[in-house]
Design a protein around this ligand. Structure first.
Ligand code: HMG
Length: 403
């Protein structure tokens, strides 16, 4: 029996309108700016305002995906939110999105977590739900949404960020068909974690880089088997990007693992050429928005799809998802005929227009205030905002119906 084509029908992303240029943060913390712009490859990070949280970021990304794909709320039968920065220990972010998006009650919704891997876990589960026939013709909506926070003044502070991606998963997808075979790697490590009473994550930074690279090697080996090197057959390679230099390190590890037969110079030449062609051009949103945890990989996909458009149709892409703790998954897909038109509706580049650039004092004020709700001081074109938190209950305001 042949496996039906299942994959990403439409993609939507959202990034907060406020951003902190990292040369300003470097100056304030007494760090050479090149350490951040070159050493980490990061230029700016998105900063959520007090009227934004993981629910509003996710709902805004999802509304954009549904609108761009012309998908009605009653077509969605499964809504999964992957996040590691949830707004409540019990009540899932998904149920807020369910209401904000106007989905029908005939829908299964829940939140899931595995650090930055949570979004991909949702994608894999949604794909299986569609492939199994349980979807009965409906689509799944998978939302990856996060706000990355570390202690002020820590070296990890430069790798914060915020953003969300929403993926509509269905049969005969109009954007990207996902391959059934994926490669996985799991191992219990303490590289990054966030105890229940903390808003800021704890991290063993350099160890986390090693854990990521081990997970990539393991997942790649599980994915590839005896097949040809992915570096020779993909039109693009996307990596989870906690900071842009990590994708460069990851790609070097991939080339080393795939082409051990090459001598040092030949391996370096292959790495440099393939990094410039297959990886680097798709890191722009990560350079500008910072680490978006579960959404990071899919921001890269959005940028790739939008920038390359119709030129990608019929071509393959490889994706590596990593979540600390840890879980890695390497998977792949093929851009559908006509996908260029859908990619053109993502609107990723426009999210970087008219950003409000903060100084360090304003950024620290936003961090101290946290998500308390309020009225936006800028027109961010968003579907919804957090209006307030009263009696430990969160209240959201919606601009308009999405469908
Ligand atoms: P650090 O202390 O800034 O590291 O922490 P460093 O001193 O090694 O410097 C970083 C790079 O800058 C080095 O380059 C230096 O040489 C270079 P590299 O050797 O790595 O190629 N450098 C300079 N370059 C130019 N000019 C200069 C200069 N000075 C130094 N003057 C670290 C960096 C990433 C560890 C820290 O920011 C951190 O802990 N971040 C958070 C953890 C993280 O992002 N880990 C990534 C892997 S784990 C992951 O991806 C999962 C995650 O997303 C969470 C989840 O799954 O939920 C984090």
């Amino acid at each position: 029996m042949s496996t039906p084509d299942v994959g990403i029908d439409q993609l939507g992303i959202y990034i907060p309108r406020h951003a902190l240029p990292l040369d300003r943060l470097a100056a304030a913390r007494g760090v050479p700016p090149e350490k951040i712009s070159i050493g980490l490859g990061a230029l700016a990070m998105a900063v959520p305002a007090p009227w934004e949280d993981t629910v509003t970021l996710g709902a805004n990304a999802a509304a954009r995906a549904l609108r761009a794909g012309g998908i009605a709320p009653d077509e969605i039968g499964l809504l999964v939110v992957g996040t590691e920065t949830a707004v409540d220990h019990a009540k899932p972010a998904s149920i807020f999105l369910h209401e904000l998006l106007g989905l029908t009650s005939r829908c299964r919704t829940f939140e899931l977590k595995h650090a930055c891997y949570g979004g991909t876990a949702g994608v894999m589960m949604a794909v299986d739900w569609v492939r199994s026939g349980a979807a009965r013709g409906r689509k799944a909506l998978v939302v990856a949404t996060d706000i990355a926070r570390y202690d002020l003044g820590s070296s990890a502070e430069f790798t914060q960020g915020a953003g969300a991606a929403a993926l509509v998963i269905g049969a005969a997808p109009r954007l990207l068909t996902l391959d059934a075979g994926t490669g996985v790697y799991a191992s219990n490590v303490w590289d990054f974690w966030r105890p229940l009473d903390r808003r800021e994550a704890l991290v063993d930074g350099k160890f986390s880089v090693d854990c990521y690279l081990d997970a990539l090697a393991g997942a790649l080996a599980d994915y590839r088997g005896d097949a040809a090197p992915v570096v020779d057959r993909m039109a693009a390679l996307l990596y989870h990007t906690p900071f842009p230099k990590m994708a460069q390190k990851a790609h070097r590890r991939l080339v080393e693992r795939e082409r051990p037969d090459l001598d040092g110079d030949a391996q370096t030449a292959l790495f440099e050429r393939s990094y410039a062609e297959l990886v680097e051009p798709w890191l722009w949103l990560a350079r500008q928005a910072g680490n978006t945890y579960t959404a990071s990989l899919y921001l890269g996909l959005a940028w790739l799809a939008e920038q390359r458009g119709a030129a990608l149709e019929g071509h393959d892409v490889g994706l590596f998802s990593y979540g600390s703790g840890c879980q890695g998954e390497f998977f792949s897909g093929r851009f559908a005929a006509g996908s260029g038109a859908h990619a053109g509706r993502i609107g990723a580049a426009a999210l970087l227009d008219d950003r409000v650039l903060l100084d360090v004092a304003q950024y620290e004020d936003f961090v101290r205030e946290g998500a308390r709700g309020g009225t936006p001081s800028v027109d961010d074109g968003a579907l919804c905002h957090l209006t307030g938190v009263r009696d430990h209950k969160r209240h959201y305001g919606r601009q308009e119906a999405i469908a």
